[in-house]
Each structure stands twice: as C-alpha cells, then as structure tokens.
Design a protein around this ligand. Structure first.
Ligand SMILES: Nc1ncnc2c1ncn2[C@@H]1O[C@H](COP(=O)(O)OP(=O)(O)O)[C@@H](O)[C@H]1O
Ligand SMILES: [Mg+2]
Length: 267
C-alpha cells in the first residue's frame, strides 16, 4: 500500500485574461503547467512561490473546486473526476480547506455555531444533539468557548476568526486539509499560535496538510516537504532541510534570500 493520500498528476489549467487598454484582446495564462505533487499520509507538503505563481489554483484544482484542463487527482488511489456527483460530495468531507482571509471566508450573517456546524448538517453526520456536541468540542479544542456559538464573526479578532475557520474544516474529521495562506493575514505573534494549533491538530487527528504560503519563514516550522512553484510550474521539490540548506534552483535561492533577517545564503 502506498502512503500517498492525495496525488495530482500532470495538472494543467489556463485562464483566459483580457489584455490591452480596452480589454479587447485576450491571452491565456498558464496557471498550472504540468504540475505533479504527492502528499504523504500524516505529513505536511508546503507549496511555496510568489504571488501569481499558481498556488491557489493548484489548491482549488486538487479539491475539485475548479475544473482542470488536464491531468488527474487521486485521493486514496481513486480518481476524483471519475466519481459520480453524489460520490464526490461524500468524499468532500475528507478534503477540507482553510482559507487565507478569515474575514472574507466566514459568512457575516451566520452565528459561529451555524458556521462550524454547517458541514455536519450538509453531510448528515449524526443527529442534532450529536452535531451540537461535536461543534462544542471542536470550538473548545481550537481555544474558543461554548458561548461563542451564539456570536457572529465580527465579534472576533483575526486570530480567533481563523480558529473558527479551522474548527469549521476539522469538525468533519477530514483526512486532507489544504491550508491556503492560513496565517498570511495575521500578525506575526498570532501566526505562531495558529501554526502550533495546526500542528497539534495534525498529530491528534492524523491529518495530511497541503500548506500553501508565499512566506518561507512560516513554512520552515510546519512542513516536512517543500515544493516550489514559479509561473505555473513546479520547479523544485524536496524535504524541508534540503530545500533550505541546499536549494538547487536560482529562483528558490532568491526566495530564501528575501526572508528578512536571514543571512544571505552562500550560492
Ligand atoms: N479566476 C481567474 N481568472 C483569470 N485569471 C486567474 C484567475 N485565478 C487566477 N488567475 C491567474 O492565474 C495565475 C495564478 O494565480 P493563483 O493561482 O491565484 O496564484 P497564487 O495563489 O500563487 O498567487 C495568476 O496569473 C492569476 O492572475
Ligand atoms: Mg493564492
């Protein structure tokens, strides 16, 4: 048995973009250009690269939130595109996402209890009583309280909102969690707390993470393996120590050198 839980093979995706002053022309942007990635069970694969390199497109395509132009995604060995709609819907429970912006990704008109419990309702997991118990347990686990269920997202700080976003994803007991820049919108002091929480939950719940970040400082503390994206291509991949200590690509060296406070690497 392979220990690869999620695998993207030869993924490609282009967007049509308007060009020219009047927007009359158009050009194709290759957001994913023959990208292959393997996520190992229980580990964290970081996808790094500057803004626009295709990271979020990769995340959305892996989770079938967006159609691919080519390639396939295997979850536990099964091709997700070949599943029926209802079978894919059932699998979604196991493939969850934590978003960058906890302000934009939480419905401001829903109470926290509804936000965190919505997935349980959709997937019909347990009766009302059990669902409530799961929500309470999850909220407490991420550092919130039972009373917080009645509140609205605007009543929380950025860090607390990201805890709500994490609770919403993890209450479903997923196997794979794609975290798309989960701490990028937060203060540095809060970032460390959220990263620690994600790491603890990974251990407790045997989660596999695809962790997307443009910030290599963040990635070093959480990743087992790192894949570097540049203009829609995966240009370098390896375990975290080898990427940091002996990057082979010029682009990766430049990314590392742009980390504030880091000694310039000897080329
Ligand atoms: N919905 C879209 N329509 C058109 N172009 C898009 C769309 N989403 C992303 N792109 C383009 O695809 C490229 C990759 O974007 P994205 O995956 O968001 O990168 P990243 O997450 O690394 O910043 C960029 O050139 C971006 O402008
Ligand atoms: Mg992005």
């Amino acid at each position: 048995m392979s220990d690869i839980i999620l695998s993207g093979r030869n993924l490609s995706k282009s967007y049509k973009q308007r060009t020219g002053k009047l927007g009359l022309g158009s050009a194709h942007v290759k957001a994913l250009d023959d990208v292959s990635v393997d996520l190992r069970q229980g580990s964290t694969l970081a996808i790094v690269g500057e803004s626009g390199s295709g990271k979020s497109t990769l995340a959305r395509c892996l989770l079938q939130l967006q159609p691919l132009d080519g390639g396939e995604v295997l979850f536990q060995g099964r091709d997700l595109a070949k599943l029926s709609r209802s079978a894919l819907r059932a699998e979604r429970r196991y493939l969850q996402m934590v978003f960058q912006d906890p302000f934009a990704s939480l419905n401001p008109r829903m109470r926290v209890g509804e936000i965190v419990g919505e997935g349980l309702l959709i997937h019909q997991l347990g009766n009302q009583h059990e669902q409530r118990a799961k929500v309470v347990k999850m909220l407490k686990r991420v550092g919130l309280t039972e009373a917080d269920m009645q509140k609205y997202p605007h009543e929380f700080s950025g860090g607390q909102r990201q805890r709500i976003g994490i609770a919403r994803a993890l209450v479903l007991e997923p196997r794979v969690v794609v975290c798309d820049e989960p701490v990028s919108a937060l203060d540095v002091s809060i970032q460390a707390q959220i990263l620690l929480l994600l790491k603890e939950l990974q251990q407790e719940m045997a989660l596999s993470y695809l962790f997307i970040s443009h910030d290599l400082r963040v990635v070093r503390h959480i990743a087992d393996e790192v894949a570097v994206m540049h203009q829609g291509k995966l240009i370098e991949q390896g375990d975290v120590a080898s990427i940091y200590d002996a990057p082979t690509e010029e682009y990766t060296r430049n990314l590392l050198q742009s980390i504030p406070g880091r000694r310039a690497l000897a080329a």
